[in-house]
Design a protein around this ligand. Sequence first.
Ligand code: CO8
Length: 295
Amino acid sequence: MASRNLGRHIFGQILLNNGRKNVFKFSGAHARCMSTQGEFIITEKKGEKQNVGFIQLNRRKALNALCDGLMKEVEAAIDTFEADDSIGCIVLTGGEKAFAAGADIKEMKDKEFAQVFKGNFLTYWNRLAGCKKPVIAAVNGFALGGGCEIAMMCDIIYAGENAQFGQPEITIGTIPGAGGTQRLCKAIGKSKAMEMVLTGNRINAQEAEKAGLVSKIFPVDQVVDEAIKTAEQIAGFSNVTTGMCKEAVNAAYEMSLAEGLHFEKRLFHATFATNDRKEGMTAFLEKRKPNFTDS
Ligand code: CO8
């Protein structure tokens, strides 16, 4: 069994900023491509068709605390994958112990109000929420503070059995600043969100699934592969249509029911202007697989 598993792994080496080589290992069907390693994240294309953009937070000693450099790298990776027509879906993950333990407290400790206000401190984090392509968070371990907030900026959350979600900002004298008071409330309701935000208490993967924060739970070593599988499925559809789907669902957060239904109907009508809508329906009636061209 061990040797068979070994056969399914690829080992690679990449040169780090400090000149040392890093050995990395990926498994199974997703092992084919080389990764790019920044100072704080690893990115690569995954999936049989290399149509999944993969971003792994990789600041393990600090439990993936979201320092400015790390979030700038995430922002750049989103820009790159969004501009890459071969990518149809993105997976964001961290490590086994921590998806991310929040914004970097060491970086924040000495900041003053005028500085954070004038500089619009950390507002650029919203880039992730604004990504036009679907993003799946694969969460193992701690997703706390900003970590929980960036998971909630994603479109789907898959959790490993050891995942823990929390907004512990109250315990360090501040409040959530990247959606923890807003997206959490919409995801799990006022009472549970208020309890988490006011106490800093965490919920585990099972509680998160029951509350609707997480769509599925997997064993720790399977959550990333499962997220990639789902991402491949999504990336197999027309990127134009998945983009419209995402916009329509997200409108439910922003609009009244009447406005949202109107917006949905307009986007539904708009699919009739695409080649992929014609191809999808024609292929169904001809009993064959559609050949989407993202047009
Ligand atoms: N920032 C900086 N460093 C951190 C952070 C963090 N958020 N979390 C962990 N670390 C570091 C620790 O300082 C430690 O470093 P060192 O080894 O140099 O001492 C290392 O990671 C390992 O941490 P621990 O020794 O504490 O590990 P434990 O397993 O004992 O505990 C915990 C793990 C429970 C996750 C614990 O580390 C913890 O409570 N961390 C802080 C969690 C937290 O309070 N997060 C919220 C931060 S505030 C925030 O996220 C606001 C977001 C606002 C965004 C606004 C955008 C617009």
